[in-house]
Write a protein that binds this ligand. Structure first.
Ligand code: HGY
Ligand code: MN
Ligand code: MN
Length: 416
């Protein structure tokens, strides 16, 4: 089998051109992308992806969470397909490669198999998972989570964005509410290529990350209530400053994460201050604390200490506080067989590689619960992501896609 795989090459320039073409849809303001889930820009990107996949001979299926599936037939149509993909939605100040590289590398595999006239035993299905980012509608990996049975569809449909628009209504509005039952599809395996979104591979001079595990994630939404009052005429002892309460709690979040160094991380990326007026003491703040670690016990300790310390800070300041778990998943261990397929592909191709734990969450973290799953990572410049300046080299994208190609085709088994 390995001999046949040796000459499997993708067209790196075609993949790069497709990345640049997709990047024109939902442009950001600083060279990246703002193609948030279920926006008109997301719909435009989906339509472009659909046109490319259908031009490559694939047939489309869409489920009731808007997940898109493009099937390349196999020699044995009854064999469970090998799925490969990621997400096309971006952060509001996102990069051109986060998620998109994994989806378009899946398409490049189909295009390359067509060029090479290769048929695989198992069908291959290229996938775009809806709302991986979880920015507009929390939590992250929402649609792959419903697919894996982690959330109900009704709960997902009710998720609201900052303007009070509901996920289910927006999915219908953009015309991507499919008819397939979500989660009904069964997989032989799932592979996802993703940029590392961290500094390790570039610093170590490695082209490929063989992702053995994914760290766990916890999102706790904290609401602190004080009292709106005049910033000028309210004496200091009389203030009930929710903004100050939040600041003290966020100091504590940083301390808690550092107490579990070197792996744990903690911060708040989402912060809403009310009334957010220059001369009003904030009477209410709502913010989401994002804790992560490869160790579940550490995540649970950080969550617990946030509640205890946060309550103490609020009590000392005469503030009210409430906590709501709005997202999270346990650390994952990817499938040994699929991880080995990734590692042996990198070895066969002669690409430098190392094992790595994913710092970011990915759809693969949920799909791992319902199918043998593994990820391939490529470096990104300065480890930067979730920033419009996110950058990778064309060589990194080609090598990551080639390793993905070998792992997918080895798992799908070449028959001719
Ligand atoms: O939050 C995450 O880790 C992913 O980028 N959505
Ligand atoms: Mn991503
Ligand atoms: Mn992301």
């Amino acid at each position: 089998m390995s001999e046949e795989l040796k000459n499997l090459k993708i067209d790196g320039q075609r993949l790069w051109d497709s990345l640049m073409e997709m990047a024109k849809i939902g442009p950001g303001v600083a060279g990246g992308n703002n193609r948030q889930t279920l926006t008109d820009e997301d719909a435009e990107g989906r339509a472009l992806f659909q046109s490319w996949c259908e031009a490559a001979g694939c047939t489309m299926g869409v489920d009731t969470m808007g997940n898109m599936f493009f099937r390349r037939e196999g020699a044995d149509p009854s064999a469970l397909p090998v799925y490969v993909g990621s997400h096309l939605d971006t952060q509001p100040t996102g990069g051109k490669y986060d998620g998109v590289l994994g989806v378009l590398a899946g398409l490049e595999i189909v295009r390359s198999l067509n060029d090479l006239g290769i048929q695989t035993k198992h069908p291959i299905v290229v996938t775009n998972w809806t709302n991986e980012e979880g920015t507009r509608f929390a939590p992250a990996m929402l649609a792959s989570g419903v697919f894996a049975g982690k959330h109900t569809q009704d709960w997902a449909y009710d998720r609201q964005d900052a303007k009070g628009l509901k996920f289910g209504d927006e999915l219908k509005r953009i015309g991507w509410l499919g008819d397939e039952e979500v989660g009904a599809r069964k997989m032989h395996a799932f592979f996802e290529l993703h940029i590392e979104q961290g500094p390790i591979l570039e610093a170590e001079g490695k082209d490929i990350g063989v992702v053995t595990h994914g760290q766990g994630l916890s999102w706790t939404q904290v609401t602190v209530i004080g009292k709106d009052s005049h910033t000028g005429s309210t004496p200091m002892p009389m203030r009930k400053n929710a903004g100050l309460g939040m600041a003290r709690i966020l100091e504590k979040v940083d301390e808690i994460a550092w107490s579990h160094k070197p792996h744990a991380v903690g911060a708040a990326g989402h912060i809403d201050v009310y009334p957010n007026s220059r001369n009003v003491i904030p009477g209410k703040v709502v913010f989401t604390v994002d804790f992560r670690s490869p160790d579940l016990a550490v995540i649970q300790d950080m969550e617990q200490r946030l509640r205890v310390e946060g309550q103490k800070i609020a009590d000392d300041m005469g503030l009210e506080i409430s906590f709501e778990k709005v997202g999270g998943f346990d650390p994952v261990t990817f499938d040994e067989g699929c991880v080995t397929a990734v590692r042996s592909a990198a070895e066969r191709l002669g690409y430098s590689h190392q094992n790595i734990i994913s710092g970011a969450g990915h759809d693969a973290c949920w799909i791992n619960a319902v199918a043998p799953t593994a990820m391939v990572m490529c470096p990104c410049v300065d480890g930067l992501s979730h920033n419009e300046a996110e950058e990778i080299s064309q060589e990194w994208s080609s090598r990551g896609a080639e390793v993905l190609f070998h792992a997918v085709v080895e798992t799908a088994q070449i028959v001719s």
